[in-house]
Design a protein around this ligand. Structure first.
Ligand code: SPD
Length: 299
């Protein structure tokens, strides 16, 4: 049964008691709400709580410690924007490192590039990869690629001890409040800088520029003091807070727009079968609203 309240149709009656909703509040005042059909898995790994939900409108969803990471409805936007922006700006992204990214969506997109010789993913929580293999096989498809190397380790310790240097490093992290908190600190970004080759590129997910303004300010100020070139770009993510998500493009040499390789993109475009990223979104994603620009010290 439905009734209209202020122009909005609301479910009433018996059905109300059967409805489940996933809610994620920001700053305790507003946020996201998604209707859930059923809970498919819910358990604690060694590091965090893991929930897989069947939502009504967005397919399956993965939440870690109560924060939505992935839904079938929009995971392409985040993963494609994270992976391809750096890879089309670097002329030869042969050695790529992903820190975090346990759902493997970023890894799978990185491996769409024939220039990639090795894509190493360093994920803290093996359970995240295992649960995604069970529920998000399209995301984890890249694991079958012989160029994929997976390490289950703390990303900070891994980077502090490895002797390898990378062309591109992608920080596909959860939020600064979860198990990835340390990986939002300046000290870690300095280590990332040192593990990049002389013309390397880092892209780090950098939270919502609407809800997480203090985090964004500190993060970009830190990155700006380490990298010669730092730019923010955005993507549209309906399931992340504010539906607007940001990434920090940090580079020792290449410019995200001047060095974007249109020819390489055109050659690969059809084969990539992307849902979100293309050469237009690449360029447009660096156009920032005024309120976002004001968060960035020198950009
Ligand atoms: N609040 C959600 C932030 C999620 C950002 N990263 C997601 C990583 C999924 N690979």
């Amino acid at each position: 049964m439905t009734k209209t309240v202020g122009g909005i149709k609301a479910q009433t009656g018996l059905q109300d008691s059967l409805q489940m909703w996933y809610t994620e509040l920001q700053n305790n005042h507003s946020g996201n709400i998604f209707r859930v059909d059923r809970v498919l898995e819910s358990y604690d790994s060694k590091f965090q709580r893991i929930d897989v939900l069947q939502t009504v409108g967005l397919g399956k969803a993965l939440a870690l410690y109560g924060s939505l990471m992935v839904t079938e409805g929009d995971y392409n936007a985040y993963n494609e924007a994270l992976a391809h922006t750096a890879l089309f700006a670097h002329p030869n992204p042969a050695e790529v490192l992903i820190i975090g990214g346990g759902d493997c969506g970023c890894l799978t997109n990185v491996l769409k590039h024939p220039e990639v010789k090795t894509a190493t993913m360093c994920e803290l929580d093996k359970e995240v990869v295992e649960v995604c293999k069970r529920h998000f096989p399209k995301l984890t498809a890249g694991l079958k690629d012989p160029r994929a190397k997976v390490k289950f380790a703390d990303g900070k310790k891994f980077l502090e001890t490895t002797k390898n240097k990378y062309d591109v490093i992608l920080l596909d992290l959860s939020d600064p409040i979860g198990p990835a908190a340390e990986l939002f600190q300046k000290q870690f970004h300095q280590t990332v800088f040192e593990r990049l080759k002389d013309d390397g590129i880092l892209v780090a997910q950098s939270e919502s520029p609407f809800y997480n303004q203090e985090i964004v300010k500190t993060l970009y100020s830190n990155l700006d003091s380490i990298f010669p070139l730092v730019r923010m770009y955005l993507c549209h993510m309906i399931t992340y807070p504010s539906a607007l998500w940001s990434f920090a493009f940090c580079s020792k040499k290449y410019h995200p727009l001047d060095d974007f390789d249109q020819k390489r993109y055109d050659k690969l475009a059809r084969k990539m079968k992307n849902e979100y990223y293309n050469s237009d979104t690449h360029r447009a994603s660096f156009g920032l609203p005024e309120y976002v620009k004001r968060l960035l010290p020198t950009i």
